[in-house]
Design a binder for this molecule. Sequence first.
Ligand SMILES: NC(=O)c1ccc[n+]([C@@H]2O[C@H](COP(=O)([O-])OP(=O)(O)OC[C@H]3O[C@@H](n4cnc5c(N)ncnc54)[C@H](OP(=O)(O)O)[C@@H]3O)[C@@H](O)[C@H]2O)c1
Length: 309
Amino acid sequence: MRAAVVRAFGEPPRFEEFPDPVASGPDEVVVDVVASALAPRVRSQAAGSHYTSTDALPLVPGLDGVGRAPDGSLRYFLLPDTDRGALAERTVVDLRRSVALPDDADPVAIAAAANPAMSSWVALRRRIPFAAGQSVLVLGATGNAGRLAVAVARRLGAGRIVAAGRGPERMADLDADEVVALDGDALARAGADVDVVLDYLWGEPTAAALRAIVPARADDAQPLTWVQIGSVAGLESPIPSAALRAVPLQLVGSGQGSVPTRVIRDELGELALEIARGAFPVPTRTVSLSDVERAWTAPPSRERVVFLP
Ligand SMILES: NC(=O)c1ccc[n+]([C@@H]2O[C@H](COP(=O)([O-])OP(=O)(O)OC[C@H]3O[C@@H](n4cnc5c(N)ncnc54)[C@H](OP(=O)(O)O)[C@@H]3O)[C@@H](O)[C@H]2O)c1
């Protein structure tokens, strides 16, 4: 078969011949990949820099996707940590980590939205005790995951929703109650009484947001749950120590590991149905997998690239 193959970290994958995958366990099947997206997580997997990465090469990246199983069903699948990923004509899927999709589901929409939507869906449903009516601030709401976090929070019954990010004009179409720039005064006002922050930024912007929001809390006793999800602005952040003392601040992370795989797996079905009914749309650009090298090095775009083998 042909696949996107990484032979050296730091170089884009190349479209080339690769040995066919072989199913080994009773729950495994080989699927024909229909669509698989280029999420930031796939880039870090291909670069060998994700926290789950091993140094195994050659590597076929690709975290998840939609495939056609041998029984003809269309399935969304989430792969385990593997060097035989989804950016290929075929891949091995563990049926326990996949869900059958409605016949009329759009494979591209599911492949594009599953990973970014899952980030907030799992955080709010399974990582923290979120209750309908609570207010949510999405820190970094310009990217795909941050934008969907606003829609997910709304779908899960959030009260007030604040979208914060650089370039507020790009968040004007979001279903948020308030849109603010990454500006200390604006964040202080908007964050004075939020219950939950979904943080896609980290780095200096997170430290700056804490420095703005914590002293502005209307009620010092109100719990503030800060969920670390993404780190587009920095892998490390100089968190002010006083923030942890001044208010009941809970700093937790949500992702692969802090949320057990079986929990993520349990959420796949419902989330896939929500995406299939159009609840969490993502702007997409479909690209033939044979063009993987060019797509990999293309300038960043708001559109999520979805590869079609
Ligand atoms: N933990 C999980 O379960 C999970 C799941 C999915 C994603 N994630 C993580 O979430 C993050 C976002 O993923 P994504 O799919 O939304 O990526 P994306 O679609 O590529 O969006 C990234 C966004 O980050 C913004 N950005 C980059 N640097 C920034 C900075 N210094 N300050 C403010 N904004 C900045 C970009 O804004 P501009 O448009 O202004 O450049 C862009 O809109 C990634 O770190 C990803 O790994 C985590």
